[in-house]
Ligand binder design. Structure first.
Ligand code: FAD
Ligand code: MLT
Ligand code: ZN
Length: 470
């Protein structure tokens, strides 16, 4: 029996043959990331049923010094959930840990297992007359464990914060196989280091998240949504100030889109239509929401009239029905898919202070225009949080290879500019394998040293997601 075969049979004996996948047809989809940047190989794919089995697997891997790669919905952008090419790592899928364990509507909290698909968590909250506000274009397939492991952001951060802000408690299996039972549902708990916060955003390098107790919010009963046409990113930031000052916490989304995003989505995604009849350089999708029944459309119209008086608005389309609102969101959420269909792209997920966004866009765009051939800039994103997806797409298929060869210089130039503006080279997608060397390049030696010390203390054998993040 080969070494690999012997290990696989030990694993079957440990958790049962039905939880260990080895046939190529069963494992293939787990071994490639959704952007098709990485294709790995694995000893096996483990599909445990519960936290006890996860603990058994991780404890065994620690003894055998086998790397463990946790995987949720496999929608991540940085190759964090793909094993390396050695065939010596174990892929650990959380997909069967998919129960909502409990909902406490009066405490505004819900406990979900890591493998729950985000949309199912949202629906469970909704059924209890509550809101779980985390919302991403991938919500139909990403899992809450993956959202927490990447500290996902998305479309409502301007009001509710990131995934980390939604967490009250965490259950996780640590690298030695012990279960950390931190499923508290407290708003206040100052008992030492905040281990749940450490696990959030650790991208599977410090342990396997198996469940979480999440914060719920009042269900929204009113909303007003609009697509606004503006002349410049500077106007977008002024408009953001007006909306925040006059709508306060009701402002729940503020997304920036360039004209090219409208063109790509209407061309490549069925059913997307341009909401305005005239062509404009930039657009904002903004949404106000409230748990009270209140006339938000009137409030939004007043604010927009004020913005127009200040010459911040060129045009506007207000959603007159739920159907139109859904169409506006479909347009926004289809941008990554439209870009993918249009051809390969070089992606940057950056943030700078919101006041620096216009200067960043102007300098970075100039660099792209001057130095990148065959590329079209598609710069969009969560402007309300200072987060841009500063992507460059190749739309001439015959030039794909030459275009992609420019990646190192482009990345360095964009990330240097980010550093100049005291920004972040990963606003919401994480580090994974893709940006590991970038993190080493840009993070301060003090921060890197502290991160390495934490990793060494919790995972001295380096079994958790080796080669990712650090
Ligand atoms: P995976 O891709 O499976 O894993 C991601 C990382 O988390 C890996 O390092 C993995 O090892 C680790 N991991 C997964 N589960 C666990 C666990 N239970 N315990 C420990 N580690 C674990 N991201 C945003 O932040 N904002 C967006 O707006 C956004 N929009 C997107 C739109 C589209 C169309 C797509 C395809 C992706 C988008 N993403 C966005 C990226 C992605 O959906 C998020 O990063 C998401 O949080 C990943 O969840 P997942 O379950 O797919 O994780
Ligand atoms: C988004 O906001 O649409 C995603 O985070 C970015 C992307 O999918 O490229
Ligand atoms: Zn995003």
């Amino acid at each position: 029996m080969s070494d690999g075969e012997e290990l696989r049979s030990q694993l079957r004996a440990l958790i049962g043959a039905d939880s260990v996948l080895t046939a190529d047809a069963d494992t293939a989809s787990f071994l490639v990331d959704q952007r098709r940047l990485y294709r790995g190989s694995a000893l096996a794919v483990a599909v445990p049923h519960d936290v006890g089995q996860v603990a058994c697997i991780v404890g065994w891997c620690n003894q055998q010094r086998i790397g463990v790669v946790p995987q949720g919905g496999n929608t991540g952008y940085c190759g964090g959930a793909t094993p390396d090419e050695s065939g010596r790592q174990l892929l650990l899928s959380l997909r069967r840990l998919n129960r909502i364990r409990s909902i406490d509507a009066d405490n505004f909290s819900l406990t979900a297992e890591a493998g729950c698909v985000l949309a199912n968590v949202q629906q469970a909250a909704d059924a209890a007359e509550r809101l779980f506000p985390l919302s991403l274009g991938s919500e139909g397939s990403c899992q809450i464990g993956g959202n927490l492991a990447t500290n996902a952001g998305g479309l409502n951060v301007v009001r509710y914060g990131m995934a980390r802000d939604q967490v009250l408690g965490i259950e996780a299996v640590l690298p030695d196989g012990q279960v950390f039972d931190g499923l508290k549902s407290l708003r206040k708990d100052n008992t030492g280091y905040d281990l749940k916060s450490l696990l959030v955003g650790s991208e599977g390098t410090l342990g396997v998240i198996t469940a979480a107790t999440l914060k719920l919010w009042p269900k929204m009963r009113s909303s007003a949504t609009a697509i606004l046409a503006i002349a410049t990113p500077a106007d977008a930031i002024r408009l953001l100030g007006v909306l925040k000052a006059q709508a306060g916490e009701r402002l729940s989304s503020f997304e920036l889109l360039p004209r090219i995003a409208i063109e790509l989505t209407t061309r490549h995604v069925e059913g997307v239509i341009d909401p305005l009849t005239t062509v404009y350089p930039w657009y904002i999708l903004c949404e106000l929401t409230s748990a009270a029944v209140e006339p938000l459309s009137e409030l939004l119209q007043q604010i927009l009239a004020d913005a127009a008086e200040r010459s911040l608005l060129l045009d506007a389309a207000l959603a007159s029905s739920e159907r139109v609102r859904a169409a506006f969101w479909r347009l926004r959420e289809s941008v990554p898919e439209a870009q993918r269909r249009a051809g390969p792209s070089l992606k940057h997920d950056i943030s700078v202070p919101v006041t620096s966004l216009p200067a960043f866009i102007s300098e970075a765009s100039l660099w792209v225009q001057t130095h990148v051939s065959d590329g079209v800039l598609v710069c969009y994103g969560h402007a309300g949080d200072g987060n841009l997806h500063f992507n460059v797409s190749c739309i001439d298929a015959s030039r794909n290879e030459a275009f992609l060869a420019q990646e190192p210089q482009l990345r360095r130039a964009i990330h240097d500019l980010v550093a100049k503006f005291s920004g972040s080279i990963s606003a919401e997608h994480g580090i994974g394998r893709l940006k590991r060397d970038e993190l080493a390049h840009y993070a301060s030696p003090v921060a890197l040293g502290a991160m390495r010390a934490i990793k060494q203390a919790l995972d001295p054998n380096g079994i958790m997601n080796p080669g990712k993040l650090l």
